[in-house]
Structure formats: structure tokens, C-alpha cells
Design a protein around this ligand. Structure first.
Ligand code: ADP
Length: 244
């Protein structure tokens, strides 16, 4: 059971920008098999938490993944510890094929010049990722011709082949059609069965359909946590979302 301990455990996370406390003592535990959504009003600290976990924002406190302490480690070591993230705008190489994008991502883990590989020697994990993200038929198409949703899936596939076991996704369905949202939700559910997935998302319909648990942030703190039904019924959440 190699991945049994692949849970995220954040304790007392704190991020300060020039005296402004953007993340103020956040605790967060996300286990494998959980599809956790982080929500909260603009400025609540969601992106900063992701930045802190991935080594892009200086922080204090503790962030453990698979029992490895990440706080204080440089970003590239955090990637090596199995942590991957996406941004709101997909960053794929438009001129390269879907397969080549995945191959490069896989190679960044192995340190091999994989770009020159022949099609027939596609590594197993790349083949598998292609199938998981539903882009097998487009393997040889340039990433630049992909639809917006497909690019996001490719980026997620790149995290899979990089062997990320904690995936932090920043608004993955922003700008997607309804059909793309559904497919993305199903994709994240599938990935969440074997990996730890944390999604920053505003789209409430998407959240209601796919979240297995929700953490609501407000002013840098955890305001509420639980199932969708539990946080929706929490008077503190209702107040923050409706009471202004
Ligand atoms: P969210 O993702 O929930 O909308 P953010 O994490 O982006 O919130 O921001 C949390 C707070 O931290 C906001 O008040 C924002 O203005 C502030 N903040 C974020 N990044 C920086 C930065 N680099 N320098 C100064 N303040 C920042």
C-alpha cells in the first residue's frame, strides 16, 4: 500500500505579506480518496494556501505530505515530494503534440531526453494518463488546437505522469462548458480514488455535484468544514455569503 500515507496535513499555516496576515493559522487534513474543495470569498486566502504548500509563498507552520515536511523546502523539492498544481491558465506547449507534452512532463521526473522517443516506445504511464484524461485520440495533435477544457485535462495529465500524488487545482472548470465541467468532475473523482486532490473553486453547482468535502475560508482562517450539506447549513457560512 504505497500510497496509504499520501495525505495532506497542514497545521498552523501562516502567510504574511508586509505585515498583512493573508493566511492565519490554517489547519487542513485531506486524505487520499477525498475530493476536497476550498471555497471562500475573494481574498480569503485560498490561492495563498496553495502557494504556501507548493513553496511559492513563504510561510510558517507545518505542511506534511506523505509524512514529508514541505515547509522550508524549495519548490522543486516539493514537486519531487509528489506535489503538483495547476494554474487558472493552462501552461502547455502549444506547438508540441499532446503526447510530447506528456512525455516532457514524464521526462522531467526521470531526467531523460524523452522527446526523441519513438511513438511505439511511449511509456506506460504516459499511455495511461492519455486514457485517463480522455485524449488518446488526440495524442498526435498539437496542444495548441485543443479546446480550453482539453488543455486543462492535458495539464492534469502532465501532473499525473510527473507522479504528483497531491494535486492542487486552481479553478479547473473556469471558462468551461457544461459538458466539459461534467467530464472534469468525473475525471477528478477518478483521480481522487488514488491520489489526494484539492480544488479551489467558485462554481457552486460544480461543487455540489462533485465535492466530497469542503473547507470554507474567510479572512485567512477556516470558517467551516464538512460535507457540502453541512457547510451550506452552517450559519457562519450563510452569513459570509449572504449577510453583507
Ligand atoms: P483568494 O485566493 O481566496 O481570493 P488570495 O490568497 O489570492 O485569496 O489572497 C489573500 C489575501 O492576500 C488578499 O487580501 C490578497 O490581496 C493578499 N495577497 C495575496 N498575494 C499577495 C502578495 N503577493 N502580496 C501582498 N498581498 C497579497
Amino acid at each position: 500500500e504505497r500510497f496509504r500515507h499520501d495525505y495532506l496535513e497542514v497545521r498552523g499555516l501562516r502567510v504574511e505579506f508586509d505585515g498583512f496576515v493573508a493566511v492565519d493559522g490554517v489547519d487542513l487534513t485531506v486524505t487520499q480518496g477525498d475530493l476536497r474543495f476550498l471555497i471562500g470569498p475573494n481574498g480569503a486566502g485560498k490561492t495563498t494556501i496553495v502557494d504556501a504548500i507548493t513553496g511559492l509563498a513563504r510561510c510558517s507552520g507545518s505542511v506534511q505530505f506523505g509524512r514529508v515536511e514541505l515547509v522550508g523546502k524549495p519548490a522543486h523539492q516539493i514537486v519531487r515530494a509528489g506535489v503538483g498544481r495547476t494554474f487558472q491558465t493552462a501552461s502547455v506547449f502549444d506547438e508540441l503534440s499532446v503526447l510530447q507534452n506528456l512525455d516532457i512532463a514524464a521526462g522531467s521526473r526521470r531526467g531523460l531526453p524523452t522527446l526523441l522517443r519513438r511513438r511505439r516506445s511511449v511509456p506506460e504511464e504516459v499511455e495511461q494518463a492519455l486514457e485517463t484524461i480522455g485524449l488518446t485520440a488526440l495524442a498526435d495533435s498539437p496542444a495548441g488546437v485543443l479546446a480550453h477544457g482539453q488543455k486543462q485535462w492535458l495539464e492534469i495529465g502532465m501532473l499525473l505522469v510527473q507522479d504528483a500524488h497531491l494535486l492542487l487545482l486552481d479553478e479547473p472548470v473556469a471558462g468551461m462548458s457544461h459538458a466539459e465541467r461534467e467530464q472534469t468532475g468525473l475525471l477528478l473523482q477518478r483521480i481522487g480514488e488514488q491520489r489526494t486532490v484539492v480544488v479551489v473553486e467558485h462554481d457552486m453547482e460544480f461543487l455540489r455535484t462533485f465535492a466530497s468535502s469542503v473547507t470554507v475560508l474567510h479572512q485567512g482562517r477556516v470558517l467551516s468544514e464538512g460535507t457540502v450539506a453541512q457547510v451550506q447549513a452552517d450559519p457562519k457560512v450563510v452569513e459570509v455569503y449572504l449577510g453583507r
